[in-house]
Design a protein around this ligand. Structure first.
Ligand code: NDP
Length: 433
């Protein structure tokens, strides 16, 4: 990738951006043509097969976050989002982290969990023993239900038994949850593990003496934890009015607050998910699954807390860390049929599922850094409002060059709202008569 050609990417026109990506060899000639002719769209005939009662393709903007260095590789990050500040913020944080060496990421294993939930198990001890003694047979049954997974070097790896005790406060009875832990190869694996779970359930019921309540994938993907880390020299954090050291310390304090207070932690983590969801959406992955898992992980101590940690090392550098359960695929699902998602994968240089998981966590950490840095320095509104001003201009009917003109005057106005935007637009229209 020829990085210099992408310099000041945000300043280029839409057509120049696409040309620059092609010239920088970040996209192929085929994708360049497809982007120019706007042919990377989901066809209505395919969409009609994707969901019930389909009537319309509802579009979101697809942008590219720049400046990311993840595990020493330069990356362009595809993002689909309707929130104005997300791509700019990610690019900004990517640049700050890139100046200090980029993100280091890790994912040790990638296993999905299917639950077979049993009730009315009268003898928990014997049921557990029977299930454990027949683990191999259960695994064989799972493979017989989805044999192709073995071709992809995946397969069921183990069977865990969890007792969920009765709870008097919530008036819940005792349950026995059997976890079938599966390597789903390159797939996210929801359909694969659900098929397996349904196939093994009757045998598990037989072994347990209880009755089956249900079987389904757990989106709490605790066996698919990806992590990202960055170490930033304070000088790269400085603003016009604050030293890098002050910004670093305030970022650490802001995280301490988000660790302690769930009201703040929710918004702190929402900022992380702004980035992760945008990449999940771009790559056609199940963002609801990752969202749900992430928030459960944020509560694993018994209280909802910040997902990220920001501390300082002995040299005074700011150290950021983020760890999350990530369940994504590089095959199957929406990716197999959506041209935009397939393009996003090509833009990312076709990562495998584990690599994509690691990229996602790095993007989440970048998004978190951008948000907290803005919050503890100039405040979030300044950056937000310049982009918001353009949305407001469009909302009141500005088109073409007038969008920028209205947005510029809106930012100088006392009140940035639709009435002011309307007045500015009318004034500009009068002047152009
Ligand atoms: P698919 O049902 O698409 O299954 C994966 C496909 O990828 C299979 O057809 C498989 O081939 C193929 N494949 C090709 N190469 C590989 C490889 N290397 N490793 C593994 N599979 C490979 O998708 P998933 O099972 O991943 O399920 C994901 C979908 O399920 C998402 O769309 C998600 O939204 C949805 N879902 C999510 C739920 C949730 O709770 N989160 C619940 C239910 C569904 P082959 O045909 O040879 O097996």
């Amino acid at each position: 990738m020829e990085k210099e050609i992408l310099h000041r990417f945000y300043k280029k026109s839409h057509a120049e951006k696409i040309k620059a990506l092609y010239r920088a060899e970040a996209i192929s000639e085929e994708d360049y043509q497809a982007l120019t002719k706007e042919t990377l769209k989901l066809s209505p005939s395919v969409a009609n097969e994707m969901i019930e009662n389909y009537i319309l393709n509802y579009e979101f903007p697809f942008g590219v976050a720049m400046n990311f260095v993840i595990d020493e590789k330069e990356r362009l990050i595809p993002m689909v989002t309707e929130e104005p500040s997300v791509v700019a913020a990610a690019s900004n944080a990517g640049k700050i982290v890139g100046l200090s060496g980029g993100f280091q990421t890790e994912m040790k294993e990638r296993l999905m969990i299917a639950q077979i939930v049993l009730k009315n198990v009268s003898d928990i001890k014997t049921a557990t023993k029977n299930i454990q003694e027949n683990e191999e047979e259960i695994i064989d049954l799972a493979h017989a239900a989805y044999p192709s997974i073995l071709n992809y070097r995946g397969g069921a790896r183990r069977v865990d038994v969890r007792l969920i005790s009765a709870d008097t406060e919530f008036e819940t009875p005792e349950f026995l949850a059997i976890h079938l832990v599966v390597d789903t190869g390159e797939a996210m694996g929801a359909n694969i593990v659900n098929t397996m779970a349904e196939a093994v359930a009757p045998f598990i019921v037989e072994l347990s003496g209880g009755s089956r309540l249900m079987n389904i994938l757990s989106n709490y993907a605790t066996e698919s934890i990806a992590s990202a880390k960055c170490v930033i020299q304070p000088k790269y954090l400085a603003t016009k009015t604050m030293s890098g050291e002050t910004v670093r310390d305030r970022i650490i304090e802001a995280t301490q607050f988000a660790l302690a207070d769930p009201y703040r932690a929710v918004t702190h983590n929402k900022g992380i998910m702004n980035g992760i969801d945008a990449v999940l959406l771009a790559t056609g992955n199940d963002w609801r699954a990752v969202e749900a898992g992430a928030h459960a992980y944020a509560s694993k101590s018994g209280q909802y807390r910040s997902l990220s940690r920001w501390t300082k090392d002995e040299k005074g550098n700011l150290v950021g860390q983020l760890k999350l359960p990530i369940s994504v695929g590089s095959v199957g699902g929406t990716l197999s049929i959506h041209p935009g998602a397939q393009f996003a994968y090509r833009l990312l240089d076709q990562p495998c599922a584990a690599e994509l998981s690691r990229i996602l966590v790095a993007v989440g950490l970048a998004q978190n850094l951008a948000a907290i840095r803005a919050l503890v320095t100039e405040g979030i509104q300044r950056g937000h409002m310049s982009l918001q001003a353009r949305s407001l201009a469009i909302r009141v009917g500005a088109t073409g060059e007038n969008i920028e003109r209205v947005a510029k005057r809106l930012q100088e106005a006392k009140h940035m709202n639709s009435t002011t935007a309307q007045e500015i637009l009318e004034d500009l229209s009068k002047k152009s008569l």
